[in-house]
Ligand binder design. Structure first.
Ligand code: PLP
Length: 411
């Protein structure tokens, strides 16, 4: 596009609303958008300082921790880097259980930062087995492993690993490594209890289960992690926990705070607590099950299949659908987005072109999900992808049965 054509485009004109079912970013509720629509203000305006303090309190509540929380103007990758550079020295060894594309990417980042990686192979169709992690730690008789980097929900594969069981396996091995967990896709979609489960460092971002716009990265750290942080010696400035700890306003953000986003974050967190985290998780679970019902119907024709083999290991927030040879997952994603106006995720890593992903996380209700499933079914029709019809109906029936059985009015 020529530089003098800013604001003009020759894309086909489409009317009506677009639907968003990517596993991040997710829909931002109007009340959150409205909370951000306000004047910027003095750096130390008490109204802003209150919003910042409340957002830190709210984050501790969703992480379920009494530890420290750090807030970065970044995406999830920034939060990954923040965690790594604060607790590890170059040359330190970490154990990375493979869960899918996100454990690989995080591991690559750690390697680029000079950290040594011990990768623990996993099956991309299963959650990671906590016992293999415990065994790897038991085998580390010299106690060289400094941290275990676990992705709670791997958004590429649609699996969720049992973090509580990972901690139990680590304790059985009697290993002192830190447990560092990426909850970017799981926080606000499924249960997570940082302190009760003995997680030392937790990583999250604003744009998935937390119903906020992209642009904020969060890291929570307990006392053990802070002690490890104090024992490290490496270059870091913006990410450094020390100057941020116990500070408010300018120093807590290492410079000017993303003021308007903090107002939005506070509103998104308030919306979560208003619904109640337990009900939030229940809503995600039922919408996930409805999605699986739809896919199981489409899959009868043999061209599609849910990636995560074991239902109990499936993510409540995202479902990855594998496509048979000759069925281009990227094309399904493009047509769903450009022709049917429903944004869905593509296949990542080894799934490139061989899968697509339906996000059912964040500010999502049943009709919004039906719209997405309808758009996907329409796309399958449009592209002549073999599928049995009636997936959307199966999803509708699942939710209706749940509502009748539980007398539920929430979604
Ligand atoms: C989305 C995601 C990331 C990356 O977050 P960005 O904000 O895109 O940098 C990392 N890990 C998991 C599990 C994710 O779902």
């Amino acid at each position: 596009m020529a530089p003098d054509s800013i604001g003009h485009s020759n894309r086909p004109l489409k009317r009506g609303r677009k639907f968003l079912n990517t596993p991040g970013p997710t829909n931002v509720p109007p009340r959150v958008l409205n909370a951000m629509h306000r004047d910027t203000m003095d750096l130390n305006d008490p109204e802003f300082l209150d919003a910042a303090a409340e957002s830190f309190i709210g984050l501790k509540r969703v992480f379920r921790t009494d530890g420290e929380v750090f807030n970065y103007i970044s995406n999830g990758h920034g939060a990954w880097e923040a965690a790594l550079v604060n607790i590890l020295n170059p040359g330190d060894l970490v154990l990375v259980p493979e869960t899918g594309h996100f454990s690989s990417s995080w591991s690559n980042m750690a390697e680029a930062l000079g950290v040594q990686i011990q990768s623990l192979p996993g099956d991309w169709r299963r959650a990671h087995d906590p016992e293999t992690i415990g065994q790897a730690l038991a085998d580390d008789t010299e106690r060289r492993i400094k941290a275990v980097l676990v992705v709670h929900t791997d958004t590429a594969t649609g699996t969720t690993t049992d973090v509580k069981a990972v901690r139990e396996a680590m304790d059985r091995a009697g290993h002192p490594a830190l447990l560092v967990v990426d909850t970017i896709a799981s926080l606000g979609t499924t249960e997570f209890r940082m302190d009760d489960w003995g997680v030392d460092v937790t990583i999250a971002a604003s744009q998935k289960g937390l119903m906020m716009a992209p642009g904020l990265g969060f890291v929570a750290a307990n006392e053990k992690a802070i002690a490890a942080h104090r024992a490290t010696a490496r270059e870091r400035r913006y990410w450094d926990w020390t100057p941020r700890m116990g500070a408010a306003g300018y120093r807590a953000f290492c410079g000017t705070a993303p003021q308007l986003m903090i107002f939005g974050l506070r509103e998104g967190l308030a919306a979560l607590f208003e619904e109640g985290l337990e009900r939030v998780f229940e809503r995600h679970r039922v919408l996930a099950e409805a999605t699986w019902k739809a896919i199981d119907v489409w899959a009868q024709a043999g061209a599609l299949e849910i990636n995560a083999l074991v239902p109990a290991e499936r993510s409540a927030g995202v479902t990855t659908i594998r496509t048979a040879d000759g069925v281009d997952g990227d094309r399904i994603r493009e047509v769903a987005r450009d022709e049917m106006l429903a944004g869905i995720g593509g296949g990542l890593g080894v799934f490139g072109g061989k899968a697509f992903r339906i996000g059912h996380m964040g500010d999502m209700n049943a009709p919004m999900l039906y719209a997405c499933l309808g758009a996907v079914e329409a796309t399958l029709n449009y592209l002549d992808v073999p599928h049995a019809p009636g997936g959307v109906t199966a999803a509708i029936q699942h939710v209706a049965e749940y509502k009748k059985a539980h007398n539920s009015t929430t979604f």
